[in-house]
Write a protein that binds this ligand. Structure first.
Ligand code: SF4
Length: 616
């Protein structure tokens, strides 16, 4: 069998307009500076960038990037990234997926796939190690994601596919691979705008081996050991999925209810993963390879369905006043088949329910009322009736009809299932996340609410931890291992594990500048070095994470992002949660000033020239 040692040097460029393709050489310096995966995707976007590119223009590239750990059997390394200009936010859009496409693309010898142009008619691609074939998709245009993937099985072993939502340019349409999604930022609509129904990849011909197998095996075993002894990764997420977060967030006022009018509801506990495990008799249904196993499927009213994750039970559940997990599971399935992101869909429905109560938007949608939602979901996917407006996302809806103060988004991306009034670090992180209202940019709420290590209602330490985790998560997303490994790799490292909790809390809350320097991220660094054999220091590794963040911000600056966009909706800044007797609100402005300084942005939120020169 052919072997790739560490990394290949091939990037596949496909032009749909010209129906041709080219294979270009990867610059190894880029791999060193951007690590691969998401980092490489951002660098490729930078190379191709032009301010004139709009989300639906032919020049807008869809960049798919597996990471260098993919195919090595490193724990939880089955994920890949995508990068584009998002039709939902009009800025850089990124998304991660645990489906089989990335692995097979890499086993065909490619470190990245770049697709540009617009096909003349509905088309799908079939990619092999030395070929790209263009096929008519007329026969499957209009089919849902499940039917489409089933059809694609005749052509290869893994695929990306869109459903009707992508074809109809729903701005938050997603892309499926297996049973996982490139969920956020509207990648499905970019596919649709290119008349691209999907991409199939043939069985790969390469075996992927780490450059330093002995070192890799040692680090891999250490990682597995950490994963298998950490309470979250080996127990809560493995047994009950991410919806086990409900018990933490709902009890601490951080689980949105009724379009973020509140951060808790006693009925939300019904939506916890522990309850769904019993109700649906769940089994694992995960990305591959995975050692944490957070994904599940189960039997819902006699039908086998994916069990909804935390974000979905929140956005399609409590945030709509719906507390029946079976109903949420069915809506989750419809969104999956239509190819729509459940977070944005839920955000849109919640806005419409509240706008209806206030008399500024007319629909049958009402909090707590599930009847008719299935039809609305199908209407959104097909842009029929009220669905045509709802397909635009909450930012555009509120610009058209009013209600901006309760349009829960940042930079156009609907905010995920955490109330930032219950976690001030999360408020800062939502405001500064490059892709918009995203919890995965730094996830300080993990330290504030889930692990109880940082005081959630203080601004102390929030800038330091947000900056550190934005950088580190960019590294992890560029290795393309699952972010949930961070629970195990960081918390089980000896210094953290054996420091008494009271001391950890003291350091993190009062000496945060020193505390972040002591976080041991060496496992990620050593995995990357053992696989690539490239020689960079641990400090340079983390610096690469900073570089990726700043380059993405710089591109966003060029697309018009400034301080005015690093803002939360008025509800989350000025309106306390209904059940919070102390009326606590995040001091965003104060934190933002310090954050800009730490990041090297000017007072308007623009990456300074000196910082850019230093980092690039
Ligand atoms: S832990 Fe969950 S999200 Fe992460 S790789 Fe495994 S199944 Fe996928």
């Amino acid at each position: 069998m052919n072997v790739i040692e560490g990394y290949s040097d091939k990037i596949l460029f496909v032009d749909l307009s010209k129906k041709n393709y080219d294979v270009l050489k990867l610059n190894i310096e880029d791999l060193k500076k951007y690590l691969g995966g998401k980092g490489l995707g951002i660098k490729l976007l930078y190379d191709l960038f032009d301010e004139k590119i709009t989300p639906f223009s032919p020049e807008n590239p869809i960049i798919i990037v597996p990471g260098v750990l993919m195919g090595t059997n490193a724990p939880c390394s089955g994920r890949f990234h995508a990068v584009t200009i998002s039709p939902l936010t009009n800025i850089v859009g990124t998304s991660s997926c645990g489906g089989p496409f990335g692995m097979e693309l890499r086993k065909n010898g490619y470190e990245a796939l770049v697709i540009k142009g617009v096909a003349k008619e509905p088309t799908f691609l079939v990619i092999g190690s030395d070929s790209v074939e263009f096929y008519s998709a007329n026969e499957i245009w209009g089919k849902d994601t499940r039917e489409t993937q089933y059809y694609f099985e005749n052509y290869g072993v893994a695929s990306l596919a869109i459903g009707p939502a992508g074809e109809n340019l729903v701005r938050y349409a997603n892309v499926i691979s297996g049973h996982r999604f490139l969920g956020r930022c509207g990648f499905g609509a970019v596919f649709g705008s290119k008349n691209l129904k999907g991409v199939v990849v043939k069985k790969g011909i390469y075996k992927i081996l780490p450059k330093n197998e002995e070192m890799f095996d040692k680090i891999r075993k250490k990682g597995l050991n950490y994963i298998n002894r950490n309470n979250f990764t080996a127990s809560l997420y493995r047994n009950y999925g991410t919806a086990s977060n409900v018990n933490f967030t709902n009890s601490k006022g951080a689980m949105p209810a009724y379009n973020f009018q509140d951060g808790a509801d006693p009925k939300s506990f019904n939506l916890a993963g522990e309850n769904m495990a019993k109700l649906f008799n769940t089994k694992h249904h995960t990305c591959k390879p995975c050692s944490i196993l957070c994904g599940h499927k189960g039997v819902v009213d006699g039908k086998e369905l994916s069990v909804p994750e935390y974000e979905t039970v929140t956005l399609l559940g409590s945030n709509l006043g719906i507390f029946d997990s079976a109903i949420v599971a069915k809506w989750n399935d419809i969104c999956g088949r239509m190819g729509m992101d459940t977070i944005s869909t839920g955000g849109v429905l919640a806005w419409a329910m509240e706008a209806g109560e206030k008399g500024i938007f007319s629909s049958n949608l009402k909090f707590g009322k599930g009847d008719g939602i299935e039809e609305v979901l199908l209407d959104i996917a097909h842009r029929r009736g009220v669905g045509d407006d709802l397909a635009e996302g909450v930012k555009r809806l509120s610009e058209k009809y009013g209600g901006k103060e309760f349009a829960i988004h940042v930079k156009g991306l609907e905010i995920s299932g955490y109330d930032p009034r219950a976690a001030f670090g999360q408020a800062l992180s939502f405001a500064t996340a490059n892709r918009g209202g995203c919890h995965l940019s730094a996830y300080p709420i993990g330290l504030e609410v889930i692990f109880d290590l940082l005081n959630p209602y203080s601004e102390k330490g929030k800038v330091e931890f947000t900056v550190f985790f934005e950088n580190l998560f960019n590294c992890i997303n560029s290795l393309q291992v699952c972010l949930f490994t961070a629970f195990a790799y960081l918390l089980e490292s000896p210094l953290t594990k054996y420091t008494p909790d009271f001391l950890l809390r003291f350091f993190m809350n009062n000496l945060s500048k020193i505390a972040v320097l002591l976080i041991d991220y060496s496992l990620y660094y050593e995995l990357w070095v053992s696989v690539t054999g490239l020689n960079i220091s641990k400090k340079e590794f983390l610096k690469a994470g900073e570089r990726i963040h700043l380059l993405e911000r710089y591109l966003n600056n060029r697309l018009g992002v400034t301080k005015k966009d690093d803002i939360l909706p008025a509800r989350l800044l000025y309106e306390p949660r209904k059940s919070d007797k102390e009326n606590r609100l995040p001091p965003l402005d104060k934190m933002l000033k310090r954050y800009y300084k730490a990041r090297g942005y000017d007072e308007n939120g623009v990456v300074s020239k000196s910082k850019l020169k230093d980092i690039l």
